[in-house]
Each structure stands twice: as structure tokens, then as C-alpha cells.
Write a protein that binds this ligand. Structure first.
Ligand code: ADP
Ligand code: MG
Length: 480
């Protein structure tokens, strides 16, 4: 099946009502509570097949609602009274596994007492083993750690009825093919297998053919209409490329920008240039340890970092809302990848016509023109060009430097200390007298809590929090 949808922002209601699916009234009520009024295109295309028990290969871009497209079928296959692992979701990274776990938790609220466990590397096995011993219905994890538990026999997949491979393309990129095959060998032959991917390289078909039974294929290759995402190409000489990024930022002043480079080296150089120009820019790359990676993502998501610079591999699968702009610092040789990059923006923020909109800028040198031609062909329209000299934002009289609206404070202490977002909000508003409107996103990680506050109150909030208490205890706080 091939469907080409129009430019509907994919997290927005688009297709049929969930009521048309064979779901229980409790599940439907919960979906309504979550604000899921209509299915996204990938959900509308895959849920009827998956709920009918078919194996499925589904491809749709990041942010299109793939998690619910496999979570609802795996929950439908579940018997909550049976205390055994009945569903396994394999994900490429810990943070994706955690995102998926959270989403399944929300979707599982309709049913009492469904236990979901996240099993990833980077932490010791013992607490995971203890949790497994207590029984879990659903396990979400990375292939390596799942294999560790299988070989130690602390995890059994004998009762499994649903296997999900999420972000299959990325798992292949990360070299997980053989680990996945080994996990599959330990699953019962009689099961439903669901494979989800943002792109559809040949490797995914090969992987699927190894262990899926007559899989149905659902592909949503989207085109973005010019009204949703305004794309501009800017011709640059090679030695103007990095400088042009700062000009774009100063001119268009997007609050959150994702900048794609083709290489890690280019990412590093761009971040250095931007930081030297006074922008708050951070790099997301594979060599970061988990804690640094979490910190980068938290700061970007809570709007205290203007620009996140990444390669395609590093950015794959991130669910980042509120992206005003994407900048293709380098043009990718793969037109499909370009469409993906560009599709990251335009999901939030409304323009004057009430349309959701975003910017996508691409910096192209003469050597890139062949790549641009391929992108034009793929998108079925001619690229729109703008001269570099038109970007005058940086030199306009009275123009302020672009600064993120928020600043992140790190509180040492997190889930381990049983801190919850409400505790921090309470401390800042009730105890310390700040206005709730000045407090942004609060993210509680294992050992740290990150709270975004208005730039104007950052210094004050830091000082008062350090002198005050959270959950009755004094805390150490620092500015990130
Ligand atoms: P993907 O896995 O395709 O990148 P996600 O499953 O992470 O996308 O979903 C992206 C966001 O859209 C999530 O915040 C999710 O809660 C939301 N979402 C998913 N389906 C719907 C829906 N039908 N209606 C409204 N929001 C939805
Ligand atoms: Mg996903």
C-alpha cells in the first residue's frame, strides 16, 4: 500500500476517528482524554491491519505517531491477568526506549495494572533483574541489554505474542542486525511482528524478510506543501557556509532551530562558530555519554538552547516539538533524507492565517546543484532561492542578539530522591514567590532535575533555590 498524504502536520488530527477501530470503550475514552481525537495518517493506515493480527512493515517520518500505531495493537494482544512478558519493543537507544515506554504507559492507562519495564544498557543489571522477577507484561529495551538478560535467563520470551522493532533503520545503522536476529530466535514462532521505520533503506526489507510472515507494507512518503513549510535555498560559496548560518538566525530569529550537517567535523566547527558569535548552540553527537546527551536534549526541548547541531544519524527519532526552523548547513546527497530533515519543522507554531508553519533553509554551493536538482525532482517543485545579501537581520539598527527565552537550572537530585515536577514547581511558586508563568518545562531524570525558567529571573531563581528547600530538603542548584 502506498499513500501520499498532503501537508497535514502529522501530529494533527487528519484521518478517521479511532471509533472506527475494534477498540474497547475504555481504550477509546482514554484516547479521548489524551487528546487523540483522530488518527494520524500512519495510524489510519496501519492500525486496522495490525489490530487484525497481521505482521506489518510501516514507514513514516518522525513525529507521525508511530508509537501508538504499534502500542495499541500490542496492548490489544495483552492478557493483564497473565504475569509474563507478552510484548517486547526493541529500540535503538535508551532515550527512545524511555520515550516509547512513556507513551505506552499513557496508552495503557485504560487498563489497570499493566507493568511495563525499560531495559537498557548504561546501568547495572541487578535492579532490572529484580524488577523482572516481580513480573512485567511489556518490555521495552535496546537489543544489547535484552540479549544480556536472555543469556542470563533473567528474561524469558516464552509467552511473547507481539514483537516490535521500532526505528528499525536506525538500529541497522547502529549495527544491531545480528543482535536483533538473536533476540528473534528466542521468540516464539507464533507471534505478531511489527516493524516501524522512519526511512526505508534496503537493509530494512532484508531484515524484515528474515523473520516476518507475509508482512503488509504501509508507507507514507509525505510531501510538504509550500504553505506549511517555507523552504528557501541560499547560494553560498564554500567559505561562506558556516557564517551564513548565523546570518539566517539573526535575520529570521527562530526560537528553536535544528541545523543538519553531513559530518561530525562540520557539526563541531559550526558550533564553535555560532558560540563565538554569541548564539546558544549545542552539538548532539554519538560520542556524548548519556548524561551529556540528556542535558543537551533537555536544554533544547525547554527552549534554553537556540540551535541544536546534528548529523542525520544523531537526530534520527528525536521527538522534538516546537521547531521553528531547520537549516540544511550541508545539502544531503539523498533527496529522501532532505525531505525528512525539512519535515522536522512546520509541526508547531501558527502563523497569521492559523496555519502551522516553519522555515527550512538550505545552504547550497555550486557543487551542490546536482543534489538540489534531485531534491527538486523528489519534491515535484522548483526550489525557491534567496540571495545571501538579503539577510540583513544582524546589521539592522537596534537588533538584539538572538537569545533563547529560557535558562536551564540543574538541581542535583532526581527520581532517585523521589523528586517530582510538582515539588519543584511548588518550591518556586509557593515558597519562593515566582509566577508559574515564569517557569518552563521541568524534567526529572534519574539523578538530576532540570527546570527551565525565564531568562529574566534565572539569577534570582538560582540564588533562592540554593537557599531554599525542595521537598523539605536543601538542594544544590547550578546554571547549565
Ligand atoms: P513517531 O514515533 O512517529 O516519531 P510519536 O509516536 O513519538 O511519533 O508521536 C509524536 C507525538 O504525537 C507524540 O507526542 C504523541 O503523543 C502525539 N500523537 C500521536 N498520535 C496522536 C493522535 N492521533 N492525536 C494527537 N496526538 C498524537
Ligand atoms: Mg518513534
Amino acid at each position: 500500500m502506498n499513500a501520499t498524504t498532503s501537508a497535514t502536520p502529522t501530529t494533527l488530527p487528519s484521518g478517521a476517528d479511532f471509533g472506527s477501530l475494534p477498540l474497547s470503550p475504555a481504550v477509546l475514552a482514554n484516547l479521548q482524554q489524551l487528546g487523540y481525537e483522530r488518527m494520524t495518517p500512519i495510524q489510519a493506515a496501519s492500525l486496522p491491519l495490525a489490530l487484525a493480527g497481521k505482521d506489518l512493515i510501516a514507514q513514516a517520518k518522525t513525529g507521525s505517531g508511530k508509537t501508538a500505531a504499534f502500542a495499541l495493537p500490542l496492548l490489544a494482544n495483552l492478557n493483564p491477568r497473565r504475569f509474563a512478558v507478552q510484548a517486547l519493543v526493541l529500540c535503538p537507544t535508551r532515550e527512545l526506549a524511555e520515550q516509547v515506554t512513556q507513551e505506552i504507559r499513557r496508552l495503557a492507562r485504560a487498563e489497570d495494572n499493566i507493568k511495563i519495564l525499560t531495559l537498557c544498557g548504561g546501568t547495572t543489571m541487578r535492579p532490572q533483574t529484580a524488577s523482572l522477577a516481580h513480573g512485567a507484561h511489556i518490555v521495552v529495551g535496546t537489543p544489547g541489554r535484552i540479549l544480556d538478560h536472555l543469556s542470563k535467563q533473567t528474561l524469558s520470551l516464552e509467552a511473547l505474542n507481539t514483537l516490535v522493532l521500532d526505528e528499525a533503520d536506525r538500529m541497522l545503522d547502529m549495527g544491531f542486525a545480528e543482535d536483533i536476529a538473536e533476540v528473534v530466535r528466542q521468540c516464539p514462532a507464533q507471534r505478531q511482528t511489527l516493524l516501524f521505520s522512519a526511512t526505508y533503506p534496503e537493509g530494512v526489507t532484508k531484515l524484515a524478510s528474515r523473520f516476518m510472515r507475509n508482512p503488509q507494507e504501509v508507507k507514507l512518503t509525505e510531501r510538504h506543501a509550500a504553505t506549511t513549510i517555507r523552504q528557501r535555498f541560499i547560494e553560498v560559496k564554500e567559505n561562506e557556509r558556516l557564517h551564513a548560518v548565523g546570518l539566517l538566525l539573526a535575520h529570521y530569529r527562530p526560537v528553536s532551530t535544528l541545523a543538519f550537517c553531513n559530518t561530525k567535523q562540520q557539526c563541531r566547527e559550526l558550533v564553535a562558530v555560532l558560540q563565538a558569535q554569541g548564539f546558544v548552540a549545542l552539538e548532539l553527537h554519538g560520542d556524548l555519554d548519556q548524561r551529556d546527551r540528556d542535558q543537551v536534549l533537555v536544554q533544547f526541548a525547554n527552549r534554553s538552547c537556540s540551535v541544536l547541531v546534528a548529523t542525520d544519524v544523531a537526530a534520527r527519532g528525536l521527538d522534538i516539538a516546537q521547531l521553528e526552523a531547520v537549516i540544511n548547513v550541508d545539502i544531503t546527497p539523498d533527496a529522501e533524507v532532505h525531505t525528512h530533515r525539512v519535515g522536522r519543522t512546520g509541526r508547531t507554531g501558527q502563523d497569521s492565517q492559523g496555519e502551522r508553519s516553519g522555515w527550512a533553509f538550505s545552504l547550497a554551493s555550486l557543487d551542490d546543484m546536482e543534489r538540489v536538482a534531485r531534491i527538486d525532482t523528489m519534491q515535484g517543485s522548483d526550489s525557491v532561492w534567496q540571495p545571501l545579501a538579503d539577510l540583513t537581520g544582524a546589521t539592522d539598527a537596534g537588533s538584539e542578539p538572538l537569545r533563547p527565552p529560557m535558562v536551564t537550572l540543574q538541581i542535583l537530585g532526581g527520581r532517585k530522591e523521589k523528586i517530582r515536577p510538582g515539588d519543584v514547581l511548588g518550591a518556586l511558586t509557593k515558597d519562593l514567590g515566582f509566577d508559574a508563568a515564569q517557569i518552563g518545562k521541568i524534567s526529572v531524570n534519574e539523578f538530576s532535575t532540570y527546570v527551565a525558567v525565564d531568562r529574566d529571573i534565572a539569577a534570582q531563581a538560582l540564588q533562592r533555590l540554593n537557599a531554599g528547600r525542595v521537598k523539605g530538603k536543601s538542594v544544590k542548584v547550578r546554571l547549565l
